[in-house]
Ligand binder design. Structure first.
Ligand code: GLC
Length: 473
């Protein structure tokens, strides 16, 4: 009989039910990759639980009934549903604090504080409703971190059995709002911790403090967070915990992101039929209203418009490349100031720079399959998924040596890597890329080396499995 490890996997978003960013990709694929590792020795019963945001799309929801969790002198109602994703049970939690907020993340931090505190605690309470208890509570980012803290304080109060707490860090700077009053309402005390005072009222630091293991989404990010520069004020605390911190690179869904059968593409291709890729560049140039020309290097930015992503550095670099022959496409939404900057770049160079300020998964795939280079000058990048997808589609990444970018792109081998978060450094790397592009043999080598990389989930999921095993021993 294989030993079963029960894992309650919590996230604010998970593809295909609800997705805002990279967290959604990871939470939609990692739990399934983990279940697929089950073998004769160990069975991983990973179950996903999500808030039933009003924007969630899910079919065949089975109601699991109502229960409540105590707050103050009364109670808050919880409504739970079950669905499945390739055989994996997926639970949805609903209740007033979740209904109160239309979007996944609100600009009103008070709404988010109420919502995610409620969700984290209700998800724990769900377990006894379904007669199933986790051996590992695995949270992601600040939104669900209180489940790890709540699971620990429950053990103190009720002498419940040891449940391991794991937090995966996708984005350390977002620690969540002050939830001390809300927690008190639910009857949960703030512990005496070795956290800085400002941090001990926030969900992410409390969760990290209560966790048995912290996983950063890349090895480089795992060491960066220990530093003053990237530690966001928790560097020293994390230093003390360093034995429990590891970095596991995210994978991508290689079945979905496959240029050989991606239906969003005009022409499918693979590593052995790379010559077919050129047709996609032509189609993309037509679609964007750029001059159809295989010899002009086509640069791309597919990104949230966010200072984290360094898109402003890319805009400045492109602006300074007046005398260079290139085309560029910028796709994404986000910060209105950055969107405005993108628009003005388009106005400045209407012939060579095109801007699409929206989220468009289909166009993104056509860009990966048709553009020559993807620019990712991130100021910090816990993992980054686009550079991996780009490489799989023969689009050569130009990246800053931060976090997961540093772990996935090899300079002059699979892409171009620069060090300083400055537009001049990016520009030098882009120019090196353009020079390489003019040498057809060299370029093909770069493309094929990128396409040959294995970014599937399997290796990474195995590392999580080993971690779970070490925690439940
Ligand atoms: C966050 C990070 C990104 C990472 C993603 C998934 O969005 O900013 O670097 O790839 O989470 O872990």
């Amino acid at each position: 009989m294989p030993k079963t490890i029960n894992v309650l996997f919590l996230a604010a978003e998970a593809d295909p039910f609800v997705k805002v960013g990279g967290l959604g990709d990871v939470a939609g694929s990692l739990p399934r990759a983990l279940r697929a590792l089950s073998n004769d020795d160990v069975k991983l019963d990973v179950r996903l639980v999500l808030p039933y945001h009003p924007v969630v799309k899910a079919d065949d929801l089975k109601p699991l009934g109502m229960f409540s969790i105590p707050r103050g002198d009364s109670e808050v109602g919880v409504e739970a549903f079950e669905s499945t994703l390739n055989g994996m049970p997926v639970y949805f939690i609903n209740g007033d604090p979740i209904r109160a907020n239309g979007s996944v993340y609100s600009l009103d931090s008070k709404l988010d504080a109420e919502k995610y505190t409620f969700f984290s605690l209700a998800a724990l309470a769900l377990q006894s409703q379904i007669n199933w208890q986790a051996d590992v509570v695995h949270a992601n980012d600040w939104h669900t971190a209180l489940s790890v803290y709540g699971s620990l304080t429950k053990r103190w109060e009720e002498g419940a059995k040891h449940v391991a707490g794991v937090i995966t860090l996708h984005n350390l700077p977002f620690m969540g709002p002050d939830i001390s009053a809300i927690l008190e309402g639910y009857g949960i005390k703030l512990a005496q911790t070795d956290l800085p005072d400002w941090a001990r009222v926030m969900p992410l630091p409390l969760g990290l403090w209560a966790s048995d293991a912290i996983v950063a989404v890349s090895p480089t990010y795992g060491s960066e967070i220990l530093t003053h520069e990237y530690g966001c004020g928790l560097g020293e605390f994390l230093q003390i915990r360093r034995e429990t911190i590891s970095g596991v690179l995210n994978g991508i869904d290689v079945a979905s992101f496959n240029p050989a059968d991606d239906t969003a593409l005009g022409v499918n291709f693979d590593i052995d039929s790379l010559e077919k890729r050129a047709a996609n560049k032509g189609l993309l140039q037509d679609r964007l209203g750029l001059k159809r020309d295989p010899e002009i290097p086509l640069l791309a930015i597919v990104s949230r418009m966010d200072v984290q992503k360094g898109v402003d550095l890319a805009f400045t670099a492109l602006k300074s490349m007046k005398s260079v022959d290139f085309q560029a496409i910028i796709l994404g939404t986000g910060d209105p100031k950055l969107e405005e900057a993108a628009r003005s770049l388009n106005n400045l160079f209407p012939e060579k720079i095109k801007v699409e300020l929206r989220y468009d998964a289909g166009l993104a795939r056509q860009i990966y399959a048709g553009a020559d280079m993807l620019l990712m000058p991130s100021r910090y990048e816990p993992c980054g998924l686009s550079q991996m997808i780009a490489m799989r589609y023969g689009c050569v990444p130009v990246v800053r040596a931060a976090g997961g970018l540093n772990d996935t792109v090899k300079h002059n081998e699979t892409g171009f890597v620069f060090q300083k978060a400055h537009h001049m450094s990016l520009m030098a790397a882009v120019k090196a890329g353009i020079k390489a592009f003019s040498d057809k043999d060299q370029w093909k080598k770069l493309q094929q080396a990128g396409m040959a990389q294995d970014f599937s989930w399997e290796n990474s999921a195995r590392k999580y499995l080993e971690l779970y095993q070490s925690l439940v021993k």
